[in-house]
Design a protein around this ligand. Structure first.
Ligand code: HEC
Ligand code: HEC
Ligand code: HEC
Ligand code: HEC
Length: 394
């Protein structure tokens, strides 16, 4: 039951009983996978290791040695991680609920409380850990090979999967669609910033294998391989060279009209990263160029025409779903966010695509993706059906 001020008064219970963030420290302390990981990496203990604590507890507390900080850490990813240090806002903030958003936002800023109303502000919090900021905050190939799950992020899906301890007050019908578009841009930016820090830090492994398409290396060899099809050699990358995983950029061409220079700048980065030893400085610079480009892009509100164009981009002849598994997964998540409400045919068409992308039992890689003509035919059919069910019939 929401209280009169719009809060639920059960935020703490929701977080504690349903939210994975409350478990994040315990996972380091008791999960056998954490113990195996640190043993393989030669660390002392996961719950004492800054490279784990940085994302599994409040990153702002990392160098705080006080008992209060130790106590807060043991509660996992607590309230102040996302809402900001509470010492200045804890008392006054309960008196702000009648203020309008602009006035409220001002108070938030003055008191160190993080403004989380818009999708961009929310994304900025999530990507700190779900993509990583570099330095200690980095699930790189060393950590993955030692057993860490590979990180994957898409704002709308992750917000939907996080048990909400708030009510969405200004729920406009298009809120989710706009959040998806903003999330794409913010996620792409976070990915590029991480690449920059990986390239800039000479103490870090280079080239960083987690930047590349995992399934370029981790796959079995077949007589007929989709990795030899023309769709694989985008941006002029030659056969046998390292393929950068541009999954967080892959849908941007469908999002912004005529993205100025996006293809050129993207290709430069791909070709540098394809070299056996990419030049670190050049990668930093090329990532910076792309970031500048993203700063200048604005995503427009999603109207019917844009929705149609986007669905056509995602499902049409040059759909990114055909280029590799990661881009296909981004297409799937996008379509899940864009799915028209209460349209059962659309849901079942989407499920078909999901089934095609799912890993087989016991596998941690897409063993069957584009393995033969029959798969490609099913992929075409699934995309066609999605287009037909998502777009109103003429
Ligand atoms: C850049 C941030 C980051 C770093 C660094 C990091 N993790 Fe994680 N970890 C995550 C995120 C985010 C997830 C959840 C991934 C998901 O489900 O999408 C996760 C998941 C896990 C899981 C699986 C939890 C579950 O419930 O399935 C384990 C175990 C784990 N991490 C242990 C560690 C250990 C041990 C270290 C240090 C060696 C570490 N992590 C470093 C962000 C990080
Ligand atoms: C992983 C990030 C995260 C964590 C951890 C978190 N929150 Fe939130 N919280 C959010 C987001 C996002 C919103 C939505 C904010 C908005 O729309 O203004 C929110 C909203 C709220 C609101 C409603 C604010 C409003 O103005 O509507 C309250 C109250 C709240 N959180 C309390 C808590 C408490 C108490 C905890 C700890 C038990 C906590 N939160 C932990 C992300 C988080
Ligand atoms: C301080 C780091 C941090 C921040 C900030 C953060 N997360 Fe997480 N998140 C994690 C970790 C670590 C886990 C895994 C915890 C576990 O399984 O024990 C996780 C788990 C999750 C899960 C469950 C994933 C699964 O596979 O079931 C969702 C959903 C999620 N986070 C969404 C969000 C969203 C949305 C935001 C932003 C509003 C956010 N997180 C902010 C670190 C973070
Ligand atoms: C350029 C090639 C390359 C890329 C790209 C790459 N890896 Fe690896 N990976 C390796 C090599 C080499 C090893 C060490 C294998 C060994 O010890 O036998 C390894 C080891 C591993 C291991 C531990 C061994 C195993 O088979 O379980 C995992 C898990 C793993 N990688 C996952 C990933 C993931 C996930 C990605 C993408 C984020 C990725 N790798 C990208 C080359 C690569």
């Amino acid at each position: 039951m929401p209280a009169g001020d719009g809060t639920q008064r059960n935020e703490h219970t929701t977080w504690l009983t349903q939210d994975r963030h409350a478990e994040a420290y315990r996972v380091l302390l008791v999960d056998p996978r954490s113990h195996q990981m640190v043993a393989r990496l030669g660390y002392e203990a996961a719950h004492k290791e800054p490279r784990c604590l940085v994302c599994h507890t409040n990153p702002d507390l990392l160098s705080d040695t006080s008992t209060a900080a130790a106590e807060e850490r043991s509660a996992g990813i607590g309230c102040e991680t996302c809402h900001g240090r509470a010492d200045k806002w804890l008392d006054p903030h309960t008196g702000w609920f009648r203020l309008d958003d602009a006035e409220k936002k001002k108070r938030f800023e003055e008191h160190g409380m993080t403004w989380l109303r818009g999708p961009r502000e929310r994304a900025a919090q999530c990507v700190r850990c779900h993509i990583g900021t570099g330095g200690k905050s980095d699930v790189n190939h060393d950590l993955i090979a030692a057993g860490h799950p590979r990180l994957e992020f898409e704002l709308t899906t992750f917000l939907a999967n996080m048990p909400k301890h708030w009510s969405e007050r200004d729920k406009k019908p298009d809120l989710e669609l706009d959040a998806w578009a903003v999330g794409q841009v913010e996620t792409a930016r976070a990915g590029l910033r991480l690449l920059q820090t990986r390239a800039a830090d000479k103490a870090k492994p280079w080239p960083e294998l987690a930047e590349y398409d995992c399934f370029a290396c981790h796959h079995d060899l077949r007589a007929q391989s989709w990795r030899r099809l023309p769709t694989r050699f985008q941006h002029g990358r030659a056969p046998g060279r390292l393929p950068w995983n541009g999954r967080y950029l892959s849908l941007l061409p469908g999002l912004v009209e005529k993205p100025p220079d996006l293809t050129d700048k993207w290709a430069q980065l791909v070709l540098e990263l394809a070299k056996p030893l990419p030049d670190r400085d050049r990668v930093v610079e090329q990532a910076r160029n792309l970031l500048k480009l993203l700063d200048s892009l604005s995503t427009k509100p999603m109207d019917a025409e844009r929705f149609k164009a986007l669905v056509e981009f995602l499902t049409g002849a040059s759909s990114p779903a055909r280029s590799d598994w990661d881009a296909a997964a981004q297409v799937y998540l996008a379509l899940a966010a864009l799915r028209p409400d209460a349209n059962n045919a659309a849901s079942s068409a989407l499920r078909e695509l999901g089934d095609l992308l799912a890993f087989s039992p016991g596998m941690n890689s897409p063993g069957t993706f584009r393995e033969n003509d029959a798969f490609d035919k099913r992929l075409d059919q699934a995309l066609d059906r999605i287009r037909q069910t998502f777009l109103p019939q003429r």
